[in-house]
Design a protein. Structure first.
Length: 283
């Protein structure tokens, strides 16, 4: 089938998106070089994807390219107009991908098998409203996989420039999930050494992540070692909070109306519910 391109969700004006667009783009380009880190974090969501997942904040599409081969249909969304335009072009070669412009919170309802949102929630002032909107996009029993920057003490000029309004702890993430009526499956820290490196690099040295030998060394040498260690030992701190949450069998969408499995049986996305994903995350 042909790839679908739609802009059917009203979005905020570009100037309402937080942060410096240039700095954000430079950081995204630098992170795109980190293939080992990307594959590591992409694997966190893989057991839960199902057949018809949606990604919130697809950006340059790096994580999407990790997940697209594993699913029947993939919905990539982006709020930033410039990133959205680039995403349309880069995803045109994938016939099972839908690209949409979407800003959260939203009143939209759907029945995707899973929702992934990496390094997005920290940009949104109303994070609970955004989480409720995420829940309304996923079928009951489906999962939401979140990755967000960890620990407020690490808030740096780079965070501010890239539009972050907060960094999370496990406690604050659990509180946000509870308020949004999502069931936490697992909330933990990931990439312990990454937090130390990020704090030194951005807060003490005042530098932003950028392409080059330092980033490549970190990704090619440090990340594989940290990943191997954290398979065995769950760290008490990390650069990111990883949250895996489940949409309850009956929950309430942004408008306050209750919805369950029967209401979404004929989703506009055309995918039937898949079998339940694992109840707990895999290493």
């Amino acid at each position: 089938m042909d790839a679908v391109r739609s802009v059917d969700e009203p979005t905020h004006e570009a100037q309402e998106l937080r942060g410096d667009r240039h700095v954000q783009h430079e950081v995204l380009v630098a992170l795109a070089e980190c293939r080992n880190h990307r594959k590591w974090f992409a694997d966190f969501a893989r057991p839960y994807l199902g057949s018809d997942p949606i990604e919130i904040g697809t950006g340059l599409g790096d994580y999407a390219l990790e997940w697209i081969p594993d699913v029947e249909r993939y919905t990539a969304t982006e709020a930033d107009p410039a990133l959205f335009a680039g995403l349309e072009k880069s995803m045109a070669a994938y016939p099972n991908v839908v690209v949409r412009q979407l800003t959260l919170p939203s009143s939209e309802r759907a029945a995707h098998s899973c929702l992934m949102s990496y390094n997005v929630l920290e940009h949104i002032a109303d994070d609970v409203g955004a989480l409720r909107s995420m829940g309304a996009l996923v079928r009951p029993g489906g999962h939401i996989i979140l990755v967000c920057p960890a620990f407020p003490f690490a808030m740096s000029p780079v965070d501010i420039a890239t539009g972050h309004v907060r960094r999370y702890t496990k406690r604050s993430m659990r509180a946000a999930l509870a308020e949004s009526q999502l069931e936490p499956v697992s909330v933990r820290y990931a990439n312990s050494i990454g937090l130390i490196c990020y704090y030194v690099f951005t807060s003490l040295l005042g530098k932003a992540p950028s392409k080059g030998k330092t980033m490549l060394f970190y990704d090619r040498v440090v990340v594989p070692a940290v990943r191997a260690i954290e398979r065995v030992i769950r760290p008490p701190f990390g650069q990111s909070v990883l949250a895996i949450a489940r949409v309850p069998a009956a929950t309430r969408g942004p408008g306050g109306s209750e919805h369950g499995g029967s209401e979404h049986g004929g989703s506009e996305h055309g995918a039937s519910p898949t079998s339940a994903a694992p109840a707990a995350e895999t290493p």
